[in-house]
Ligand binder design. Structure first.
Ligand SMILES: Cc1ncc(COP(=O)(O)O)c(C=O)c1O
Length: 1009
């Protein structure tokens, strides 16, 4: 449309002569243009609109900026006559008002996807500053302001007919009823001018891949209202948490951010959730009214969908949300919390003993992730494990205590898991004290109470018989105690409302077949409220929710006449661990991830952190047959119980291992050396090559890695090319990595294998020129730190031919690629159809136990044997050899090579499908479970998308998946899980990668799906 009428005016008044680019807007016309001092937004009010509206917007922002000039609010540019807005008649003769404001950087938050908690906290802080700055501004209500004023939102009560008569109407009726209940408290709060529409399109953010998005603008003051400031928070919150992965935490961050700037009262905080829901109810009712006559308009359904998804999310409990928001702001979870705590503390020591005995001398056991190895499989507690959880060592007393606040892995039932994947969040933190004692032991009330719940929960690993008692303090504040794992016989005698006197026996401890299957014990928990808890109390909490659960269910030690500390678990603090590590180790002992992670347990392809959170391990190739394999543990324990000595004595274990390894190799590779590491193996391989060839010089691909010892670093360009490493030694001759995606010769060149191999000719000529003599060629068969590269077919054959012609020895470093990882091949060199002279093995060989191996020909070994004795103190110990032989047997017995092939195909298929969706994926490459995902800023230039790879790797860690990052530009995601990985793990990885790639595309303004 031609807006000539506007163009002339802005040119005349503001010197804006360039084009006006129209932007979106519900009522007004908005244009972006370039003015003398930078980009501006030209706004023309709706036709014949109320001029007071513009006056309000312009003077409200000016007012707020006078008191807080750094707020990111629209700066109105006055016309030369000093006026902030100009009346103007448009080309149709309608009266308009025009004003110009400075443009912001950034994009609407609604286009940037759900935000990180840091951004939401900052947004809360800005909303607080804005509200503070608006205090005292003389706002004039306009005619249509009431519709969006949350303090007048009950107008929707009369319009619910538009929602039809289904469950959605009943849902909104409930929301309106909650609002009406909260209304008197809302009216008790002072009203002030508020923005009143901080929805996700009125908030601008500058997205970030490394740093969280920065809020760069709060715009559109067209819906201001005079209302309590909690309405501002509820409205901002309503939109900020839509489709957020963790809506409760998101709202907590926003509210805490507000509270940090302008402290809120508990009464205000309690209003936020009902108001937030009411705002979304107003939104869906309003848009349904506006769509009357267009019942099938897909836009209405699509635009309402996120609001309905939140409103219909039954997993969010309003009463618990109240406590959560209070705790997020550092307030008490309930009003009476501190007086109850004080009352209990005063009576500590005077309560009736719950099991009839003094517990002060009872030993305390640990069932924590850190201290306990029950269950062996942290995804499945066996019945025999549940029946004998583990009394503290050295005690055979019948009575022992289990800790409050302790993260445990014993809660393995699906009911404890909070998402679809094995590695989804799960509830692990024990919110009670356990008292282990004999079944049949009498349970007494610690103080007078009334039965609130009595029932028998018969599910496996549930409570069996359970009772909840209600008590009152002297001041009349109610609180509650729960007794789980009881003999359900008490269900016959107890009834809701029954009064129990202090010291009265009301139940007995149940046997395993009646208490949920557990070792007999009492689960003793207290709660300050039944709001959101009812009679079905969670006994364990998600670690991410522990901060507020502990405020609702505090340590009940006082009721057991015990000091809190006796039964309180003191969690490992990752920050302390980090500080200690920094104090004791060099700073180049690197940690993975921006937020380092602590792991205490593992099982197959999962790891567990100190809080029991499970992670899918799609990165570690050392635990080849899976973490904590019972057969590895058994064989190690067995050998350690016998003896462990070196190779100077005869023992069958080294022979057994040598036989298994050579049985997989070409027949001429028949002599083995066992060492402690891949580095030591490569050092030895170099010595072998040098004695056999009589030369010293080595040809090797660029950006290779062969280990951390001096000799291994000399042949590892990945290391020696780093600053301060002294660079390449004259006897090392580099050729390009045969990377046919981003290297010199690419997949469109049918002769690329030959072209890369021909570079060896140049290297050999260099050896000649320098007056050196060739010892050989070493390469990782598939370069890993070089970027998970699969060389083109025929490459190594043509390299080896050249090396051998020049008298050199060919060494295959199979540390990354050997032992079945590749699915179709047991070793990488099989794929390249070559027979190396020396093969080097490491990492996966011991499944975490340090052992490496060098295997070579009889002739090469004989030449080496002419030198001094070969001895490695630990290399080839009885223990190491038995473990490594067990690893090789497990690969065969469990069909792990075939699994690597099947899972590799599933993974590569899924990654290729993601490649269709996200242009940030430049290349998907891999064989079996050796996989790389090469991220690019665009597919044409193939420039590395390093920041995107960094984002995806760190974000995956936050959502419980480990992958790595490699390549000269660190832009290649490295995926190489233990070979046990299954379809569930691969599907989780693909699903979560989809999310992260979408976010990375959004946040970096890379092309999206
Ligand atoms: C290909 C390759 N060779 C050798 C090594 C060195 O092994 P280690 O760390 O056991 O000394 C590594 C380690 O990452 C490697 O990836």
């Amino acid at each position: 449309m031609d807006h000539g009428w506007l163009h002339d005016m802005v040119a005349r008044q503001f010197g804006i002569t360039g084009p006006l680019r129209q932007l979106g807007g519900e009522h007004d016309l908005n244009f972006r243009a370039t003015g003398a001092g930078g980009d501006v937004i030209v706004k023309a009010m709706r036709r014949n609109g109320d001029i007071a509206l513009v006056e309000n917007q312009c003077s409200a922002t000016a007012w707020a900026l006078r008191s807080d000039p750094d707020l990111p609010l629209p700066h109105i540019l006055p016309a030369p006559d000093g006026r902030l807005w100009q009346p103007l008649v448009d080309d149709c003769g309608h009266q308009r008002v025009v004003w110009v404001q400075r443009a912001f950087e950034g994009i609407p938050m609604g286009d940037a996807g759900p935000q990180r908690l840091e951004t939401l906290s900052a947004l809360g802080g800005l909303a607080a500053r804005l509200d503070r700055a608006l205090v005292g501004y003389g706002w004039t209500p306009t005619s249509d302001a009431a519709k969006w004023d949350l303090s007048k939102a009950d107008w929707i009560a009369g319009r619910l007919d538009v929602l039809g008569d289904g469950p959605r109407r009943r849902l909104v009726e409930g929301i309106v009823a909650d609002y009406e209940k909260a209304f008197p408290a809302l009216m008790d709060l002072p009203a002030q001018p508020i923005h009143n529409d901080l929805n996700d399109f009125n908030i601008l953010v500058v997205p970030g891949l490394i740093e969280p998005a920065r809020v760069s603008g709060l715009i559109d003051f067209g819906d201001m209202a005079l209302a309590p400031r909690v309405c501002e928070i509820a409205i901002a919150g309503a939109y900020a948490i839509l489709d957020h992965e963790t809506p409760e935490a998101a709202l907590g961050a926003l509210v805490a951010g507000y509270h940090g700037v302008s402290p809120l009262s508990a009464a205000e905080i309690d209003l936020i959730w009902p108001l937030l829901r009411m705002r979304l109810a107003v939104s869906v009712v309003n848009s349904t009214i506006e769509a009357v006559g267009r019942p099938d308009d897909p836009y209405v359904t699509i635009s309402q969908a996120p609001a309905w998804r939140l409103l219909e999310n039954e997993a969010i409990d309003g009463a618990l949300m109240r406590a959560r928001l209070r705790v997020a702001c550092g307030l008490l979870a309930t009003d009476a919390a501190s007086s109850i705590a004080g009352w209990l503390d005063q009576r500590r020591g005077a309560f009736a003993p719950v099991l009839g005995e003094d517990l002060s001398g009872a030993p305390v056991g640990e069932l924590s992730v850190k201290a306990s190895i029950v269950p062996e499989n942290p995804f499945s507690l066996r019945p025999d494990e549940a029946r004998r959880l583990g009394r503290p060592a050295g005690t055979d007393t019948a009575l022992w205590l289990g800790k409050y606040g302790e993260p445990r892995l014993i809660y393995t039932d699906d009911a404890f898991r909070k998402g679809p994947w094995l590695a989804s969040n799960r509830r692990t933190i024990h919110m009670a004290v356990d008292i282990f004692a004999a079944a049949g032991k009498a349970v007494q009330a610690p103080l007078d109470g009334t039965v609130a719940t009595v029932e028998n929960r018969t599910g496996h690993l549930d409570y069996g018989g359970v009772v909840i008692l209600e008590h009152r303090t002297a001041e009349g504040d109610p609180f509650y105690t729960l007794y789980g794992h009881l003999d359900p016989a008490m269900c016959e005698t107890l009834h809701v409302g029954s009064r129990i006197a202090a010291g009265e026996v009301f139940a007995r401890l149940g046997k395993p077949d009646e208490n949920g299957g557990w070792e007999p014990h009492l689960h003793f928990q207290m709660a300050l409220t039944l709001d959101g808890m009812g009679h079905d109390w969670p006994g364990v909490a998600d670690p991410d929710d522990w901060a507020w659960w502990r405020a609702i269910c505090p340590n009940p030690a006082a009721l057991l006449n015990l000091p809190d500390d006796k039964v309180a678990y003191h969690a490992i603090d990752a920050d302390t661990l980090l500080a200690e590590r920094q104090a004791r180790f060099g700073s180049n002992l690197k940690l993975s991830y921006r937020r380092p992670v602590t792991f205490l347990r593992g099982w197959r392809h999962h790891l567990f952190d100190e809080m029991g959170r499970p992670y899918l391990d799609a990165y570690n190739n050392v635990p080849h047959v899976g973490h904590a394999h019972p057969r590895i543990r058994a064989v190690a324990a067995d050998q350690l119980a016998r003896m462990n000595a070196n190779t100077r004595y005869l023992h069958p274990a080294p022979m057994a291992l040598a036989e298994r390894i050579t049985g997989r190799l070409p027949s001429e590779l028949e002599v083995c050396f066992f060492v402690n590491s891949g580095s030591e193996a490569n050092e030895l391989a170099l010595r072998l090559a040098r004695t056999a060839s009589g030369g010293y010089d080595i040809v090797t691909p660029d950006h290779g890695y062969h280990g951390n010892t001096t000799g291994a670093i000399d042949i590892s360009a990945y290391k020696f090319n780093k600053p301060g490493m002294g660079g390449r030694k004259p006897w090392v001759h580099l050729v390009d990595v045969a990377d046919d995606y981003r290297g010199r010769f690419r997949r469109d060149d049918p002769d690329r294998a030959l072209r890369y191999a021909e570079q060896v000719d140049g290297a050999l000529a260099e050896v000649e020129r320098n007056g050196g003599k060739l010892a050989g060629f070493i390469a990782e068969t598939f370069p890993s730190v070089g970027g998970q590269i699969i060389p083109p077919p025929g490459y190594l054959a043509q390299v080896y031919e050249r090396i051998r012609r020049a008298g050199g020895i060919c060494i295959a470093d199979e540390v990354q690629t050997g032992l079945g990882r590749l699915g179709d091949f047991y070793f990488g060199f099989e794929q390249q159809e070559v027979r190396p002279d020396i093969v080097v093995l490491g990492k996966p060989l011991g499944n975490g136990h340090p052992i490496g191996a060098v295997i070579t020909t009889r002739a090469i070994a004989e030449r080496f044997a002419q030198g001094p004795e070969y001895f490695s103190t630990f290399g080839g110990s009885n223990l190491s050899c038995r473990i490594a032989a067990e690893v090789l047997d497990i690969v065969d017995d469990e069909g792990l090579q075939a699994n690597a092939k099947a899972m590799g195909e599933r993974l590569l298929g899924g990654l290729n499908a993601l490649g269709e969706k996200y242009p940030v994926i430049g290349d998907v490459r891999g064989i079996g479970l050796f996989v790389g995902l090469d991220l690019v800023t665009d597919r044409e230039s193939r420039n590395p998308a390093t920041a995107a790879a960094d984002y995806v790797m760190n974000r995956l860690r936050d959502i419980r998946i480990l992958v790595g990052r490699e390549g000269p530009a660190d832009n290649i995601l490295k995926i190489r899980p233990p070979l046990t990985v299954d379809a569930e793990g691969i599907d989780m990885l693909l699903d979560r990668l989809d999310l992260c790639l979408k976010e990375a595309s959004l946040f970096s303004n890379l092309p999206d799906a």
